[in-house]
Write a protein that binds this ligand. Structure first.
Ligand SMILES: [Zn+2]
Length: 83
């Protein structure tokens, strides 16, 4: 299981969770699944994914981390919403 992160590119994995709206060279933009600030709430998408550093950051709810943290948060959020 070592080098897990090396074999999973954040910009290839995050689209499994959310749709990425746009990108330039090394920064992808999408709607944050945690605060859901985005076109539906009158905001421009606030989730930024840094391909170079393999990290993500939402400028609206001020959360960020790596791919694993994103996946864990996403799954936990799903569990909460089903209760
Ligand atoms: Zn957010």
């Amino acid at each position: 299981m070592k080098d897990w992160q090396d074999s999973y590119d954040i910009v290839e994995q995050i689209p499994h969770y959310i749709r990425l709206e746009s990108h330039n060279d090394e920064c992808f933009i999408g709607t944050c699944p945690f605060c859901k600030a985005g076109p539906t709430t009158g905001h421009t998408p606030t989730l930024q994914i840094d391909a170079k550093h393999q990290t993500w950051w939402c400028s609206y709810c001020e959360q960020g981390g790596d791919l694993i943290q994103f996946a864990v948060k996403f799954v936990n959020q799903g569990d909460t919403s089903r209760k």
